[in-house]
Design a protein around this ligand. Structure first.
Ligand SMILES: N[C@@H](CCC(=O)N[C@@H](CS)C(=O)NCC(=O)O)C(=O)O
Length: 202
C-alpha cells in the first residue's frame, strides 16, 4: 500500500491509521508547498482535485482522508478498529466522523487559511471571526460527548478517534482549543499514542 503524503496535512490521518493497524505501507512524498499535487500526471492518476492524501492499494485508488481511514478499518476487521456494521456503536461511529468533518473542520480550515496560509493581503479577518463563532457550538457538543469518556465511541480506540483526533490537531494548530479543556485533554491522550507520534513525527 502506498500513501501519498505530506507531513503537515490531513495525510497524517491515514498514516496514523496505518500505524495503528501495524500493516506494511510506504509513503510517496508530495510537496504541497511546491505544488507537486497539481502536476497533471498526479491529478490524472492519483487525485483529480490535486490534493493529499490518497491511498494506492494494488492499483486501487482512494481519496478523502476520513474515507481512507474508515476503509482501512474495514479492510482489517481483525484489528477491531471499527464497531460491527449495523450496531448502534457503528451508527455513532458514523455520526461523530461526519460531525467533525462537516460541523467542525470547515470552520477550522477557514481559520487556518486566513491566519497562516494565504498571503497576508488576501486574509479575511471577518471570515476568521465568523468561523471562530461557528466552531464553538460544535466544539461544545464534542466536549460534552467526551465527558467521562476515554474514546469518542464505545470503550475502545476506533478509527473515529483518528478522524476526531486528527481534526482536533487542526483546532490546536489554529489555537481554538483554549476554551475547551476537555477537548485538549482528549487530543493530548490521542497524541500520546505511539502510532500518532509516528504519523505526526514525520
Ligand atoms: N476533504 C479532503 C481534503 C483534502 C485537502 O484539502 N488536502 C489539502 C492538504 S490538508 C491539500 O492537498 N491542499 C493542496 C491544494 O489544495 O493544492 C480530505 O479530507 O482528504
Amino acid at each position: 500500500m502506498k500513501l501519498y503524503f505530506n507531513p503537515l496535512t490531513r495525510s497524517t490521518r491515514p498514516r496514523w491509521m496505518l500505524e495503528e493497524l501495524g500493516v506494511p505501507y510506504e509513503t510517496a512524498s508530495v510537496d504541497v508547498m511546491k505544488g507537486e499535487q497539481k502536476h497533471p500526471a498526479y491529478m490524472a492518476r492519483v487525485h483529480p482535485l490535486g490534493k493529499v492524501p490518497a491511498l494506492e492499494d494494488n492499483g486501487f485508488m482512494l481519496i478523502e482522508s476520513a474515507a481512507i481511514v474508515m476503509h482501512l478499518a474495514d479492510k482489517y476487521p481483525e484489528k477491531g478498529l471499527a464497531p460491527a456494521a449495523g450496531s448502534n456503536e457503528r451508527g455513532e461511529y458514523y455520526q461523530w466522523i461526519f460531525f467533525v468533518m462537516t460541523e467542525a473542520e470547515p470552520s477550522l480550515v477557514t481559520i487556518f487559511l486566513n491566519t497562516q496560509i494565504l498571503p497576508e493581503d488576501q486574509r479575511d479577518p471577518a471570515a476568521v471571526a465568523q468561523a471562530t463563532e461557528r466552531f464553538k457550538p460544535a466544539a461544545t457538543v464534542l466536549q460534552e460527548r467526551l465527558k467521562g469518556r476515554e474514546y469518542i465511541v464505545g470503550n475502545t480506540f476506533t478509527a473515529a478517534d483518528v478522524v476526531v483526533g486528527g481534526v482536533l490537531t487542526l483546532a490546536h494548530r489554529v489555537s481554538r482549543l483554549g476554551d475547551f479543556p476537555g477537548l485538549q485533554a482528549y487530543m493530548g491522550r490521542m497524541m500520546e499514542r505511539p502510532a500518532a507520534k509516528k504519523a505526526f513525527g514525520g
